[in-house]
Design a binder for this molecule. Sequence first.
Ligand SMILES: Cc1cc2nc3c(=O)[nH]c(=O)nc-3n(C[C@H](O)[C@H](O)[C@H](O)COP(=O)(O)O)c2cc1C
Length: 93
Amino acid sequence: MFSSPDRNHKTPVWEQELSAGALCFQLLLAANAAGWAGVWLTEWLAFDPVICAAFGQKEGERVAGFIYLGTAKGMIKERPRPDMNDRISFWPA
Ligand SMILES: Cc1cc2nc3c(=O)[nH]c(=O)nc-3n(C[C@H](O)[C@H](O)[C@H](O)COP(=O)(O)O)c2cc1C
């Protein structure tokens, strides 16, 4: 997924770039809702000019991420999570 901001558009470039990220997230949600499994990865591919050219990258575009979609063959392995009570603040306390 490329971010391809129009630098002459009234919408700030930063906002356009963020919208590319939002699109990636929405795509994963939609895929999940439709029964697919998906993951969003960046890794070195996103910064390799040969790979990016092969995907048709144009001047001024940047990889927002690679979205991998497929059929889930099992449950996703969970990892240790922080205790949410340590992360959430309530105020007034
Ligand atoms: C924008 C974005 C880029 C990511 N890029 C990578 C990556 O390059 N390599 C990687 O191993 N995981 C990457 N991930 C996956 C995250 O490291 C993480 O595993 C994933 O968001 C799931 O979150 P969780 O592990 O807290 O469940 C990326 C995730 C996002 C949202």
